[in-house]
Design a protein around this ligand. Structure first.
Ligand SMILES: [Zn+2]
Length: 389
């Protein structure tokens, strides 16, 4: 549900500061408490020889002369993004081309690349992948294997039944989350201190997948969660200490007020297009531990909204290479449980752009500075909302 006051439809990221100014005072204060938002202008002075190319590439020369740049920083996590919609039109842009031109059909070269690797080890997991010490978790569509080169004491692969990594539907997502949850329980039974679950899903080599065959991975850590998950936790704790507010509830309220949330079938789950995306078209799902019906969220709580978001990304926006991460508080009984009170179950998605692009979409700015983003979060939210209705 959108606020009556929430901006509708034609909003773009370069209106962000005006939108925040127009919020009711309490929300405006929350937005400014959570985010630093800076608007700057960049100017170019092109020689006339360049003008035909600029017009061809960016639609008009005028559009390039004065460029509005919006920089958003989360004051608590210090995640930040710089938006310049003009960048999506530059040559070799990192965004999936569908941003301007509608859904991508599968490029023949990508189709060939996927087909060329058919018959790989993941096509025969029972014989060609190792099991964990407790065996395998077998779902309808997904089976687990121990990761051969582990990045964590417990690090396994959830191998999909289809080789094609883009053969994704709601049943696959639901089965993946069911199997991943069961895997975490089984690993934890074997190894009591291992309690911090993280799921990573890299689709296609462009997004970091070393094997094309559809798969996701899970880790279960001891002592601490993955570093950036701890970063979110400590940010939320500092926020509460400094302001008395609930970080995740306030974050959801600000996204809602700005018209960046997407209604979900389960009203306890908040979905929004991020203002500080790690990369293109980030959407986030938050399932807080408190619920009106008294039930705690489980990984399966995220299945339907995640599948709905993926559907829009893949079939409406033409995304092919993407990353998903899922994380939350530790499994019950953790000695640090108090520190995690109020921490939601989280899913994050990013588009990694053209799967065949020769250049990387992640460079020094992304690694050491802030992310440079071509996609507009208000467009992302609109697309997701259209998919939900
Ligand atoms: Zn395969």
């Amino acid at each position: 549900m959108q606020d009556a006051s929430a901006p509708q439809d034609f909003t773009t990221i370069d209106q962000l500061l005006a939108l925040v100014d127009a919020l009711p005072p309490v929300r405006r204060e929350l937005a400014q408490r959570l985010f630093e938002m800076v608007e700057t202008e960049g100017v170019i002075v092109p020689p006339s020889d360049m003008e035909p190319w600029l017009a061809r590439t960016f639609g008009s020369v005028e559009a390039t002369l004065r460029q509005r740049i919006i920089r958003v920083t989360n004051r608590w996590t210090f995640e930040g993004a710089t938006f310049n919609p003009l960048r999506s039109r530059r040559p070799g842009s990192g965004t999936t081309q569908a941003a301007q031109s509608g859904p991508l059909t599968m490029p023949p070269e990508l189709r060939e690349r996927i087909q060329a690797t058919e018959g790989d080890d993941f096509c025969d997991p029972e014989h060609r992948t190792p099991a964990d010490s407790f065996g395998r978790v077998r779902g309808q569509r997904v089976v687990t294997a121990a990761n051969v080169a582990k990045a964590e004491g417990w690090h396994s692969v959830a191998i999909f039944d289809r080789h094609d990594p883009l053969a994704i539907d709601a049943a696959l997502v639901a089965d993946l989350l069911l199997v991943a949850g069961e895997w975490a329980e089984r690993a934890h039974e074997k190894d009591d201190p291992a309690r911090y679950f993280f799921l990573l899903w890299n689709c296609l080599p462009r997004a970091g997948a070393s094997l094309i065959h559809g798969h996701a991975q899970m880790t279960l850590s001891t002592v601490m969660a993955q570093a950036r998950v701890e970063l979110w936790r400590t940010a939320a704790a500092r926020y509460t200490e400094a302001t008395g507010g609930d970080y995740f509830a306030d974050l959801a309220a600000v996204y809602h007020g700005l018209g960046l949330t997407v209604p979900t079938r389960d009203p306890a789950v908040t979905m929004f297009a991020s203002l500080t995306p790690a990369k293109e078209r980030e959407f986030v799902l938050l399932a807080p531990p408190w619920r009106a019906d008294g039930r705690s969220p489980t990984l399966e709580t995220l299945a339907q909204p995640l599948a709905a978001g993926l559907e829009v990304m893949l079939h409406t926006l033409g995304v092919r290479a993407f990353n998903v991460a899922i994380f939350g508080p530790p499994l019950p009984g953790d000695p640090r449980a108090d520190e995690w009170a109020g921490f939601p179950l989280v899913a994050r998605f990013v588009d990694r752009g053209n799967p065949l692009a020769p250049t990387s979409d992640i460079a020094a700015l992304e690694l050491f500075g802030s992310s440079v983003i071509a996609s507009d979060p208000f467009d992302v939210a609109r697309s997701l909302r259209a998919g939900e209705s």
